[in-house]
Design a protein around this ligand. Sequence first.
Ligand code: MG
Length: 518
Amino acid sequence: MTGFSVLLLVFTVISSFFCNSYAQRKPNIVILFADDLGYGDLEVYGHPTSSTPNINILAENGLRFTQFYSASPVCSPSRAALLTGRYQTRSGIWPGVLIPGNKGGLPLNETTIAEVLKQEGYKTAMIGKWHLGVGKAGMYLPTNQGFDEYMGIPYSHDMCPCLKCFYPGDKCFNTCDLQFTGCPLYNGTTIIDQPVDLLGLVERYVDRAKNYIETNAKSGSPFLLYFAFQHTHHPQFAGKSFRNSTLRGTFGDSLAELDWAVGQVMDQLTKSGLSENTFVFFTSDNGPSLRNQNRGGNAGLLKCGKGTSYEGGQRVPAIAHWPGRIAPGRTTELGSTLDLLPTICKITGASLPKATIDGVDMSPIIFNGTKGVRESFYYYFTEPNPKYGLYAVRNRQFKAHYYTEGQINSDPDNHDPDCRPTSKRTARDPPLLYDLLQDPSEQFNLNNVTEYQSIIAELNELKASFEKGMVWGTSQITRDVDPNLEPCCNPGCKPFPICCMCHQKYHSHYYKNSNMYP
Ligand code: MG
């Protein structure tokens, strides 16, 4: 070996040591994302009969937001915004949500948190509900969006025929979409089970999450875990351990199972010695589905729920957790799922994607307990339309509604007529004005009070400026669906969709006395 080669070898060993050491110091990122979990659903947000002991611990040791917003009042756009830091109107995840058979999905040229972190040497995994498209040959699945691995149902579990929701064989409440294929469970881009048994699903998710954490702990790789629960979207479900486990009924049992899963992930981080070096963020994709009445979630003191631009649609529980880095407590600063990407970039030293980012770095709030960067928030309706634009704008404590509209996810008999599906789109000129610090329930309209006219003018300017800068991405959610794109482990089979099954034994056992399939 020449002297030069020896030098090169020494340099390589030293640099490898430092690179690995640096990599090991990079914090892990865990995003725990609940579905349709409202502002008033958790014990720590005041629900009297929910049972969430593990989330209680997370909150006691973490920072609890009181004014945190999902980017949309429904699933797909909210998830697109979380992963990209961009409003759904930019990425094209509008209007509404994706369904099985949709040709579109989150455009591949959008940059996700997973893609950002992969460039920093992270391992990346997604578990659970994706809801950002499947597409031809699974082209929009998570493994094509920056995630090394994926396990989950790629949409809501009501978008496949409901089988069994509670052990042993209690009926599923609420309707499911019978015309679609059975719920497929993916591993990567391969369906490993169809229809999947919901009763054991969370245990499978948790096993996968624990193995992933432990594997990365052993290898020393920093990692991203994006764990998006099927819970607590309707129909509610829970395995044997959680059936009839709470005073709250089926929603409470479902939430208890979600809570158990959160506890399992947190316990594994501790067991693997990673809790001191892991940023955990828990939140929800949108407010509660009020149309499911006592089997839907609860927005607490907020007005309306899922699907609307009132506070109940988008203000959600949120907890940031990192022992030794984030001081336990409660904040009244504004935050949003849009802000996770910039915050994670800041934490990990990653560069922001080269795109218009709507989120801001939340570090001042969560690490320093100081004032946040975000002062305003912009609300698009469930089905945004360039013709109408923003439905509402918040700046500091003031919120103006330019349009109001009820939504199908609301209870038709809701005590508040503004929330009902029958409440048609109504232009508000001047806009309705609320002071959300004094009136979080949006009850006392201030728009005819003289001293607030300058506030309205300011909100009008913010709205105009924001809309001027909004470049609407091509809509990926069209009514042009192709049943052949519905995930099926037995593609091309007939009669469709009943033939889409991987577990013949389970399927025939269940369907012997069932006429749920057409
Ligand atoms: Mg949802």
